[in-house]
Design a protein around this ligand. Structure first.
Ligand code: UD1
Ligand code: CA
Length: 493
């Protein structure tokens, strides 16, 4: 092994993600970096981008509400190292704590520092930045950006020749420095040996009384090391959300980018303004998304399917060519060519077969509905299995709950059940069986049988006149009675 093999070493990347800040402007019991955008926490987006660097180690600096943030980070990245910063004494202090948490043997190569609240960050940008840093052989590199409103950011200072000389924070800037529009995004890359030597040299002798990581730029210059800034054209990638107004703005922008990608991949989105698609959703070509639709979680939509208008689908699988209209669905599977909606509620465990139908005002839960089977109108289907080709009549309730436990109803293949039935589980309706309208099915129905539970109809003449006299109902009944007593009007000559 060579001792000072810079290039081989420099390729090894350690990432430090700063997430100790309080995020007080969110005014939330949820820590800032845990607020979600496009179905993933802000820090989840950052960790995803960071993965593109194939880092040797990822250290996350946590402080405020670390009992929330720590487990979340470890859930996403079990190999992450958590470093605890008890008091937020500045970015330099935070990185020092991260650095000290690393095994000394790991303090080599390239170190990239990022923040946990930049949800638009892309792995490719980090890769380009790190590659530029390594190729230029710098002690420290700044991922910078040119912005119209630099107020609040650290400004990148350059000399007459354009060489970077340092970063000055807003509060420490002269009016002349404050006029600079090139800002420090906060993402910095370091040579590990330089960072190791620089961290103990940082002081808090500034307007904020904090240890500034940005002072490393000046120190590197003093050490005679190369420093430089790599401007990112797409500055939104490094923008953080400090309050809920910025959170909403970044969420909309993230969503816009996700939709653009899908449209470029062959998905038709009629109204991008009212369509929201989470980052882990997968869509095939020639899918059409109609207005007012949210595709969330790990929803997958296969080719030629049409979803919307006004659907919210979370962790739903939509088969090729299916149509889903005004539907709220979660953890459900919709088969190829199937029809769902409008005004349909698919609860977890719903599986609709190919060519099947779940129609208007139908709620389903834990229900396997076979190929070509239909539950077209006004029904509740819970804990059920419905065989292929079966049709369930309008207004059927699968009474799955006896007040203590849930039970299952099985309806066989090609059965025809009539309107306004109640199936009292556990009950089994056989293949090719039928039921009469208004039946309450409590006993199993054998294959091919017709089950009729409603008794024969009895009309009790004159009941309303006797029991409801003086009411509008009785008046109407009496009027009908009189008109039927009158002789037929003779035909007019
Ligand atoms: C920092 C930079 C500034 C840059 C800006 C970009 C410094 C001194 N300044 O300023 O040049 O333009 O970011 O947004 O680095 N954090 C900790 N522990 C701390 C302090 C901060 O973990 O003790 C974390 C925060 O949670 C946050 C990030 O570091 O994620 C940046 O901290 P913040 O206080 O927002 O830095 P700025 O003053 O905005
Ligand atoms: Ca900030």
């Amino acid at each position: 092994m060579s001792t000072t093999s810079q290039p081989a070493d420099a390729g090894r990347v350690t990432v430090i993600v700063l997430a100790a800040g309080g995020g007080t402007r969110m005014k939330s019991k949820t820590m800032k970096v845990l607020h979600p955008i496009s179905g993933r926490s802000m820090i989840g987006h950052v960790l995803d981008a960071v993965a593109a660097l194939e880092p040797h180690r990822v250290v996350a600096v946590v402080g405020n509400q670390r009992e929330q943030v720590g487990p979340h980070i470890l859930g996403l990245l079990p190999g992450a190292v958590l470093a605890v910063q008890e008091s937020q004494d500045g970015t330099g202090h935070a990185v020092r704590i991260a650095w000290e948490s690393l095994d000394p043997a790991d303090r080599t190569g390239t170190v990239l520092v990022a923040y946990g609240d930049t949800p638009l960050l892309e792995g490719e940008s980090l890769r380009d930045f790190a590659a530029d840093h390594v190729a230029a052989g710098r002690g420290v590199s700044i991922l910078s950006g040119v912005v119209a409103q630099p107020h609040g950011y650290g400004r990148v200072l350059r000399d007459a020749a354009g060489e970077v000389t340092g970063i000055v924070e807003q509060k420490d800037a002269t009016p002349e420095q404050a006029a600079v529009s090139e800002i420090n995004s906060g993402i910095l890359a370091f040579d590990a040996a330089f960072l190791d030597s620089a961290l103990p040299r940082l002081t808090n002798d500034n307007a904020n009384g904090e240890y500034y990581l940005t002072d490393t730029v000046r120190l590197a210059r003093e050490d005679g090391l190369a420093v430089g800034a790599y401007p990112i054209a797409d500055v939104l990638q490094t923008e953080g959300a400090n309050d809920r107004v910025q959170l909403a703005a970044l969420a909309r922008e993230k969503n816009r980018r996700i939709l653009d990608r899908w449209m470029r991949d062959g998905v038709t989105i009629i109204d991008p303004q009212t369509t929201w698609i989470d980052v882990d959703v997968r869509l095939e070509r020639d899918v059409t998304i109609l207005p007012g639709t949210q595709l969330l979680g790990v929803t997958v939509v296969a080719e030629d399917a049409v979803v919307g208008p006004d659907c919210t689908l979370k962790d739903v699988e939509v088969g090729a060519g299916a149509h889903v209209v005004r539907t709220h669905g979660e953890l459900a599977v919709i088969g190829a060519g199937a029809d769902v909606g409008p005004f349909t509620y698919l609860r977890p465990g719903t599986e609709l077969g190919a060519g099947g139908k779940i129609g208007g005002f139908v709620e389903t839960k834990n229900a396997r509905i076979g190929d070509g089977a239909k539950v077209p109108h006004l029904s509740y289907v819970g804990d059920a299995e419905i065989g292929e080709g079966t049709n369930i009549g309008a207004g059927t309730v699968f009474a799955n709950y006896d007040g203590v436990a849930k039970h299952r109803t099985v309806v066989g293949r090609h059965a025809r059940t009539a309107s306004n039935n109640t199936f009292v589980a556990p009950v089994h309706i056989g293949d090719g069986a039928g039921t009469g309208a208004g039946s309450v099915i409590r006993e199993d129905v054998p294959p091919g049988a017709l089950a009729v539970s409603a008794g024969p109809q009895r009309n009790i003449e004159g009941w309303v006149a006797r029991r409801r006299s003086g009411t509008a109902q009785a008046e109407a009944a009496a009027a009908a009675d009189r008109s039927s007593d009158e002789p037929d009007t003779p035909p007019q000559e």
